[in-house]
Design a binder for this molecule. Structure first.
Ligand code: AHR
Length: 543
């Protein structure tokens, strides 16, 4: 079995055998090992490292306080970016950061955020809690931040309250030669060389907060933005940009169109149909999709002090991502069977009720072992669709929704989701390998979900990497894996688990959920490992 649909089918034989062994005698109550086979000499698609991207919106304390504290702050910083957060993010090898939104992008006017900070406009963030937006963190600060964490820019342009000209002028500010007026302004603001804008989002949720456009209206507008919002750096131009002639630059920017936020395929159909018929004058190189784990709107599940019922329900809700990917991929396949246009899931994650006492509109929530397990399930789904899903961005990076990092004044804590992302770094640009196993079933009340999830890949370091998730919050799982094609000498790695389903890292107890070393047993070329309840394990195999 190689996909989630297969995983969903409970292995009846396995379940009956387990039930009989438990009833028959306590002496026989040892868990039946789960057989797994991995073709280490096999091949599969590349797991694009952009699958591990992140989203940072001007929202709540995601930027202000979370990333930016200002040069005069007593919190250690480099040119205003807090050093603790920068060094933690650097370790994640974040491939790209989407900014400035989100809904905020469609009311962001880039000119408010360039030039001397004392002269910048003070505006109101109408999307998020009417917070004062002092625009201290603008374009130049964003690129400085990217430079510090060593990541790429994914800029979302304002298609809601802005214009094509405003977006084109912003692109010129970022990418034009310093000999131009726009490039000279950038140089005067401290950055002579053009910035690299690797990804450009043409609007955000244009079916909702981005303007509530019909799909057809969106497509007409999208074509104008795709045509005129030019990257003026010659290396970043595509063949449709006359300034680049018929020769594309060596590092062309990817334009990402708005796509679906539900199973409704109207945007997917309209954008992909337009793409299929596009002429030389415009194109897109990605279709966005948003999908959160939230049970229902507005999100009411708590991020703290919850029990197994909420744990099980949210795991189940996460699996709807599979239906979303399959549904929209099928439409994309119709117009693009060669899978040239990636599906870019640039907002995903667990969206929970705001923490008691936190400000409305700041989307501030805690982060538990449950969220790390949900992240592993999502990332595994993305890798199983790696031929189409080649970029994603978790929402969001710091202090907002399913964050990597939480801060409180000078204090910082790494969340379970942070640790999970760090454990998955070896899967960046790895080659997915065939893996087969009986997922079994974990059930609670009427919720039934696959108990085990797993992916395998050959890393860019040449090693075999395996990620194993045990969803069951109470029972360990014995894995017995046959590995074909390589000699298995040893296998070790890290495991992330906790005593309770709602275990979190707080500022006072920052290491409640932290990765610990784990080793697998190697027995006659087979690899055997015990996965603790509610855990994620990442192993590397050495000859
Ligand atoms: O991530 C929070 C918000 O969720 C984004 O601003 C918006 O695009 C989505 O609805």
């Amino acid at each position: 079995m190689s996909d989630l649909e297969g995983m969903r089918n409970m292995n009846v034989k396995h379940a009956i055998a387990l039930a009989i062994s438990v009833v028959a005698s306590p002496l026989l109550a040892q868990p039946t090992p789960i057989k797994m086979s991995i073709a280490a000499d096999g091949t599969g698609p590349k797991i694009d490292r952009n699958i591990f991207g992140q989203f940072a919106e001007n929202l709540g304390t995601g930027i202000y306080g979370g990333v930016w504290v200002g040069e005069g702050s007593s919190i250690p910083n480099v040119r205003g970016m807090r050093s603790d957060v920068v060094s933690a993010l650097k370790a994640l090898k974040v491939p790209s950061v989407r900014w400035p939104g989100g809904c905020f992008a469609d009311e962001y006017h880039w000119r408010d955020g360039v030039g001397p900070r004392t002269k910048r406009a003070v505006t109101v963030n109408g999307s998020w809690g009417n917070a004062l937006e002092k625009n201290d963190f603008g374009t130049d600060e964003f690129f400085d931040f990217l430079n510090q964490i060593e990541s790429e820019a994914y800029i979302s342009v304002n298609m809601g309250s802005g214009s094509v000209k405003e977006a084109a002028d912003w692109m010129a500010y970022m990418t034009a030669d310093p000999g131009t007026t726009a490039g000279a302004e950038r140089a005067a603001n401290g950055h002579r060389e053009p910035y690299r804008v690797k990804f450009l989002g043409i609007g955000n949720e244009s079916w909702s907060c981005g303007g509530a456009y019909s799909a057809d209206y969106y497509v007409d507008e999208m074509k104008r933005y795709a045509r005129f919002t030019r990257n003026l750096n010659i290396q970043q131009q595509g063949t449709d940009n006359p300034a680049g002639g018929s020769v594309a630059g060596t590092d062309p920017m990817q334009r990402i169109a708005v796509g679906p936020g539900s199973l409704d395929t109207a945007y997917t159909e309209a954008v992909m149909k337009a793409w299929k018929g596009h002429d030389w004058s415009w194109s897109i190189e990605g279709l966005s999709m948003h999908n959160y784990t939230w049970m229902s709107w507005p999100p009411s599940f708590s991020s703290i002090d919850f029990g197994e019922r909420e744990y099980a329900m949210l795991i189940k809700d996460t699996l709807k991502m599979e239906d979303m990917i399959r549904g929209h991929s099928a439409v994309m396949d119709k117009y693009d069977p060669a899978k040239k246009v990636p599906l870019v899931i640039d907002e995903w994650g667990v969206w929970l009720a705001k923490l008691p006492g936190s400000r409305d509109g700041f989307l501030h929530q805690q982060n538990s072992i449950r969220d790390a397990i949900i992240a592993s399930i999502n990332l595994n789904m993305f890798t199983r669709h790696a031929d189409r899903v080649r970029m994603t961005a978790i929402a969001q990076m710091v202090n907002v929704l399913q964050a990597m990092i939480l801060t409180d004044g000078p204090r910082m804590v790494l969340t379970p989701t942070y640790h999970l992302f760090k454990m998955y770094v070896p899967f960046q640009n790895a080659t997915r390998l065939p893996i087969d196993f009986d997922a079994g079933t974990y059930s609670f009340g009427d919720v039934r979900v696959p108990r085990i999830d797993a992916i395998a890949a050959r890393g860019t370091d040449g090693k075999l990497w395996i990620a194993l998730t045990n969803v069951d919050p109470s029972k360990p799982a014995e894995i017995d894996a046959e590995i074909a094609g390589i000699r298995v000498g040893a296998a070790s790695g890290t495991v992330l688990t906790a005593d309770r389903v709602d275990a979190i890292n707080s500022f006072d107890k920052p290491d409640t959920v932290a990765p610990r070393p784990i080793s697998a047993r190697v027995n006659g070329g087979r690899l055997q490992v015990t996965l603790p309840p509610k855990s994620v394990t990442v192993l590397s195999v050495t000859p």
